[in-house]
Design a protein around this ligand. Sequence first.
Ligand code: GDP
Length: 446
Amino acid sequence: MFENLSDRLSGVFDKLTKQGALSDEDVSVALREVRVALLEADVSLPVAREFIKAIQEKATGQAVTKSVTPGQQVVKIVHDELVHFLAGDDANAGELKIDSPPAPILMVGLQGSGKTTTTAKLAKRLKEKNKKKVLMASLDTNRPAAMEQLAILGGQIGVDTLPIIKGENAVAIAKRAKQQATLGGYDVYMLDTAGRLSIDDELMAEVEAVRDVATPRETMLVVDGLTGQDAVHTAENFDERIGISGVALTRMDGDGRGGAALSMRYVTGKPIKFVGLGEKMDALEEFHPERIAGRILGMGDIVSLVEKAQETIEAEQAERMMKRFKKGQFNMNDLKSQLEQMQKMGGMEGVMGMMPGMKKMAGKIEDAGFDDKMIKRQIALIQSMTKMERANPQIMQASRKKRVAKGAGQDVSDLNRLLKMQRQMGDMMKKMGKMGKGGMMKQAMN
Ligand code: GDP
């Protein structure tokens, strides 16, 4: 088995500082270990390299949450980035385009990848989940056994298969499937193309010809998740020649760490839509990026630890602020944490968008220039103040104002606006604080 990344990291990080922001050095040390973990999980070297580079830029300078180590923090960042990347922008993971019946779905992949099994699994899913009438056809004219296999699976799941006619070629079968699907009122017809042991020109030419007569709505590549680098190579080849629309990753019930998923996503840019988790007909799931990310890193525990630590700290902070507001205290430090909170939630628009009836307001505030950039400028002003000024903003007189504004590269008028905002918000907080814990304040904080 693989050595757990968390074990390996903990040794490295015991020596490092436990507070403040992540330094270049912290991040580099952590990412060296992460890189090894990625490679062990079968992520290809160029992909691992590029991925690490992107994270390096992202992680450096990020604040380390109290009560976790920098290493743990880096792992969380890596994890989130992995999830983000694996998920992509595809809102329809786990769905197939099956509009305009009969919708053709082309199934492609190497022999033994699980293509026939996945075809039947998907047909079952379309039938049961999407309530579609499905027809399956095997195009594997070289292997009568494969054609038989699809017919048997069809019988098991109650999905029709196109009758086998001996001597017919793949293109002719595809045409007949289309005809039958149209005449028979099918919503979807699935074409299980022939596989080979490795990519060869003849195979590709055949699949191309089938693609051209079928004009599929989806071209799903089935790849064995255990084959690592080879899977990536396969995906690249099929995408170049045939053009795939999505990937089904099989044998993810095995020991493999699933790094191929990341590489494949990177290289082809195509979404992984389904994951095969066994031989049975219902052992198919839609793709959950966070599961694969956890598997690649082998450290779900650290991710949840960091999440928990962040939640606890946020809750503590919220509680502390509640107490202050109730007493009518609201200084520049409070304003700064409010602004930071806003930034985290996607600016003013994000915050307002979460409150019912506030969406329209958000637009107006945006217009007034209260956007993300503005928040950054305001935080810069606060950072330019001394500790004493932040705690007691009422002492801000002309000379102090000049110094602070200059320090933040802004005008005194900008600072005046900020001071006014702090006073107004302070007044508002005082009033809301009086409304009690269950009042609006709590909502605004959460
Ligand atoms: P094809 O040659 O690509 O059509 O591959 P098959 O569909 O015939 O599958 C080859 C073998 O892999 C069969 O024994 C399947 O039961 C098995 N198989 C397919 N998908 C999975 C999976 O997700 N997990 C496991 N454990 N076995 C699978």
